[in-house]
Design a protein. Structure first.
Length: 110
């Protein structure tokens, strides 16, 4: 959902504004690809005379992404291959994987 509006604030058109806002909430039934974003921006212009323009602006952005780590397997003879540990995406955000330390060896034949 988004909002974008703006226009003059005075009859002389020497003052104007613009406001942008957006909310995004995407996800799937597993909770592994959830994304939440919030954005707000505003601007105000005031033309005092031909040489002076006052411009004010504000931006806010917040983003939350949950993701599984990439699987990077090592292949080769006599190499024990490990899958990355399972990450409970309900509790852990990307980059905070320090407490997930269990690994189980797997065999890959080709």
């Amino acid at each position: 959902m988004s909002l974008d509006m703006g226009g003059p604030l005075s009859v002389q058109s020497d003052m104007g504004y613009r406001v942008n806002a957006a909310i995004e909430d995407n996800g799937d039934f597993t909770g592994g690809d959830d994304t939440e974003r919030y954005f707000l921006s505003s601007a105000f212009d005031w033309q005092l005379n031909d040489q002076v323009l006052v411009r004010l602006g504000f931006d806010y952005h917040d983003k939350s992404i949950v993701s599984q780590p990439l699987i990077g397997l090592v292949y080769g003879e006599n190499v024990q291959t490990y899958l990355p540990p399972y990450v409970d995406t309900q509790e852990v955000l990307l980059g905070n994987l320090g407490r997930c330390t269990r690994q189980k060896p797997v065999s890959i034949t080709g």
